[in-house]
Design a protein. Structure first.
Length: 288
């Protein structure tokens, strides 16, 4: 079974349990993936984080219930809101009107998504030329690594955690040639609602634990096989180029019949490199 079918199993589960608590851990378990792996795959195929998707599906069903004449308070409690006020605020943000004003609306419940390959346009952003900033996919391996690690949760976590770790590297006077990797990490529903994201950053090191700054840790990372894709000049349009790179890579993995590595925690890694022609980013998708 390909990973798209496993994700569809999770989408089906969500649809059947919208009036019950739904967690990232439960959905990852149902799909058979680790939390990190599920978090990235779900976002690629749904273009939403898990909890954003759950919130939207709950509100879509809530709108149908309102149109069908159910009491606003009953609907609010049915879909996990603590009060009619909090439900009305979320409803207003989603639909642009209060629940009490929506009873006469003409509304059809949007269908549950049926997943396929991630959508990948053949034309460049705003152009019509091919996406020549994305390389062909290749298979590679990264060996065992010992890394100094830190993570941040904020509105701009990448910048904050990179500055923090690189300050430590500079203070030690070593590590200039060490490889560096970063990746998104899932955050709580409350953090997400407040516009926060998570990012973890690694630098290879042989430094002792005693040399680390507060908020850092040493991790022993087991080697793994990866499908890899290179993005040229990724920061020219990072919110377009990097997501498109991940979608292209994930679609390639699924279409070739590779299994996502999920027997233990694996990470979707991003490695920024300076080459003769400028900056590139290597993406690494763990496979078995």
């Amino acid at each position: 079974m390909g990973y798209v079918e496993l994700l569809q199993r999770t989408v089906d589960y969500i649809e059947e349990h919208l009036n019950e608590p739904i967690t990232l851990e439960d959905c990852a378990r149902i799909s058979g993936f680790s939390r990190f792996h599920f978090h990235r795959l779900f976002g690629i195929h749904l273009n939403l984080s898990l909890m954003e998707y759950v919130r939207k599906r709950r509100l879509a069903h809530a709108m149908l219930d309102i149109v069908e004449g159910k009491r606003v308070l009953d609907v609010a409690l049915e879909y996990g809101y603590s009060s009619e006020r909090s439900f009305s605020r979320a409803f207003m943000q989603e639909f642009g009107q209060l629940p009490s004003c929506a009873r006469q609306a003409r509304y059809s419940l949007p269908p549950k998504p049926m997943l396929g390959e991630p959508v990948f346009p053949g034309a460049g952003h705003g152009g019509g030329s091919m996406l020549d900033y994305l390389s062909e996919v290749s298979i590679t391996a990264l060996g065992d690594m010992r890394v100094a690690s830190a993570f941040r949760v904020s509105a701009e976590p990448e910048d904050e955690v990179v500055r923090f770790v690189e300050h430590w590297v500079k203070a030690r006077g070593t590590g200039k040639e060490a490889r560096r990797f970063g990746f998104d990490v899932p955050v709580s529903e409350e953090q997400q609602e407040n516009g926060l994201r998570g990012y973890e950053y690694w630098v290879e090191t042989d430094a002792p634990l005693s040399s680390l700054d507060e908020g850092m840790a040493v991790k022993e990372i087991e080697g793994c096989k990866y499908a890899s894709l290179r993005i040229t000049d990724p920061f020219a349009d990072p919110f377009v180029r990097i997501p498109l790179g991940w979608r292209q890579l994930a679609g390639w993995v699924n279409s070739r019949g590779y299994q996502a590595s999920c027997d233990q925690e694996r990470y979707w890694l991003e490695e920024v490199l300076e080459c003769g022609d400028g900056t590139v980013m290597e993406l690494y998708f763990p496979i078995e």
